[in-house]
Design a protein around this ligand. Sequence first.
Ligand code: ADP
Ligand code: MG
Length: 584
Amino acid sequence: MENTNDNTTCGCGPKPAPKFPEQVTGMYILARALKNIGIKNVYGLVGIPITEAAYMVQGQGIRFVGFRFEQQAGMAAATEGYLTKAPGVLMTVSSLGFLNGLTATANATVNCYPMIQISGASDPTMVDMKMGTYEELDQLNTARPLVKAAFRCSHAKDIPEAVNRAYRAAVSGRPGGVYIDMTTPALGEVMDAAEAEKLFYTPVDMYSPVAPNKDAVARAVELIANAKRPALLIGKGAAYAQVEDKLKALVEKYNIPYFPMSMAKGVLPDEGPLSALSCRSTIMEQADVVILAGARLNWLLSFGKGKWNPDTKFVHLEIDPQEIDTNRPCAAPVVGDLGLSLDAILAGLEGKKMSADPQWVPSLRAETRSKNAKFAERLAEAAKLSPMNHWSALSAIKPVLAENPDVILINEGANTLDDTRDTISMSRPRHRVDCATWAIMGMGMGSAIGAAVATGKKVVAIEGDSAFGFSGMEFSTICRFKLPVTVVIFNNGGIYNGIGEPMDKTSDPAPTTLDVNARYDKLGDAFGADTYYVTTPDELGEALRKSIASGRPSLIDVQLAADAGKESGHIGYLNPTPLQEIKV
Ligand code: ADP
Ligand code: MG
């Protein structure tokens, strides 16, 4: 075997080609290893040194979804991981490709989505000596702080084990992103095919759910049974864990109202009789026991402070013990896999006398009814506006998505995110994917592709014009792979809106201004999609109905007024000066 790690040859001499089928390369071994653990899709963007590996992946009957930008391929892999509980796989080239992909892998780790980024990497013996080799970057150490686990393959024989352990690391405990540094010497190494064959093994029990301890369950059961005003707060960890049936049993049997975090909408139906979606503040102020199921008391829940009643007791069902007590002491931590924890709590509650105030649920229902009636009025008013604002557009989208409950909704933007989340009811679990914990822009097209590829379902992405810009070129990927994705762009010509005033010292556009007259539908034309340009709710409703029914790549440019939308006001402490008051 040639020693490609030999600095005297700089690893850059010509290599003998393998003699197929008696010999195989590390690239083949990688593809076989992925196949062996059941990977069905690989998302990536080829180039030196992984092009051949991508062909090998296809050769194994794995779908290789080729992107235009690695970050979006990574968003797709992460979305597959979230929706299926099996890690999505991202394949990137070295240096910049690796870094572009790492953004998505880091985002997956923060959001607890399982994924594996496999990146080609230059020979580490050369990188470590700073020889100035091709695409030199210490990728392993760059990735380490941003991922859950990281492995380096320096030899082809290590690849199957690295892939198997990466899978375990991605899905075990709190799920997250895992990195494999796939060095060029390992990828190009030639092995005897019969020897390589011995490397593959079928790993046993890739995800082993951990049960909570008995005392913790008993403590939680006591609190729930004695609660006067209990509530269940559902996070995307519960959506991921696929525990909707157990949550349904819990709330229905014990008459517990629930409210979901954004991506947990639909785990239990938004419009169900125990849904307290419209009563978030009331629950924060009045619930005495809150069961947190797969959610964190982070910024999205005011760190458990602010409006939250200081006397509220939390029962926290959580896989990661280090999460407990974050921002607020927890009365009853239940550390374990959500499925097993809920089984234990349901068993413990069996036959217990519940103490809830009989007025609690009816009062939330009355509040829900009155708020929903006001909201409906607001939508009906907006539907009459010309030009449209976000609510006018959503008034047209709402009934169409209600007719198509199995469509997966992807959503990003500022006002487009807030207003869509508030308007569109979800009735099925894992049918909403959005900017999530980091509230990032630039997850849209990648997530739409991942959702369509991983589930085979129809997808609608509702995008702000700015948000779409981050990943818009991937619309070509949607078209190339003929995916049943409809992209709806709310064009108000800017970030927040299109009426930003530039500082008086410049003739440039304001920092928040984009193109309110842009015709995004023509981008769709370039790639052969069905496209629509709409200016009224009726036109929008009809276009959306048609595009969902067709199952074809479709793009709808929704013309809004430039003054529709405001600076995202929900997090005032992060933007101290309202935009219109910024002065120098
Ligand atoms: P949201 O943004 O919806 O509040 P978060 O991402 O903040 O959701 O929280 C999800 C939580 O779910 C994380 O703390 C994660 O550790 C937890 N989690 C993920 N999978 C499981 C599981 N199988 N069992 C229990 N908890 C889980
Ligand atoms: Mg905009």
